[in-house]
Design a protein around this ligand. Structure first.
Ligand code: DAT
Ligand code: MG
Length: 138
């Protein structure tokens, strides 16, 4: 079986806070492989594709706006069970309550009810990974 791949994003808050290196260090220390990596300033159309499952939710518009607020780092990451493994490294969605030891738990917090500022994105299934890697890497 081919090695699994996932899409990881270091979101605008992570890049702006200078945490790109710290986050990459955790991913590399875990033993996953960087296959491709780029700094991206996504337009609205790309973000609407990426977050299509959340269209219509109350946090959707602020989320898209936040994701357009500055560059993100997009990473094609590979390794056995990397999809669930990266989500485990990332921690749960709300950075205030994400477990210590995780990226969100150690490095994130609320900055005024902004759950969307949780530093990273990771694909949540093999289907999402294929879809999202196409959106960000073509
Ligand atoms: P995850 O990023 O943990 O997979 P998700 O797919 O449910 O979480 O949501 C996508 C992003 O939307 C998430 O990283 C942050 C934002 N978000 C989710 N729930 C939210 C909420 N209740 N309020 C504000 N932002 C939210
Ligand atoms: Mg998600």
């Amino acid at each position: 079986m081919a090695t699994e791949e996932t899409l990881v994003l270091i979101k605008p808050d992570g890049v702006a806070r200078g945490l790109t290196g710290a986050i990459l260090a955790r991913v590399e220390a875990k033993g996953y492989s960087l296959v491709d990596l780029r700094l991206v300033e996504p337009d609205r159309a790309r973000l609407e594709q990426h977050y299509a499952e959340h269209a219509g939710k109350p946090f959707y518009e602020p989320l898209v706006e936040f994701m357009m607020s500055g560059p993100s780092v997009a990473i094609r990451l590979a390794g056995n069970r990397v999809i669930e493994g990266f989500r485990s490294l990332a921690g749960t969605t709300d950075p205030t309550t994400a477990a210590p030891g995780t990226i969100r738990g150690d490095l994130g917090r609320d900055w005024g009810l902004k759950v969307q500022q949780n530093l990273v994105h990771g694909s949540d299934s093999p289907e999402s990974a294929v879809r999202e890697l196409q959106i960000w890497f073509g």
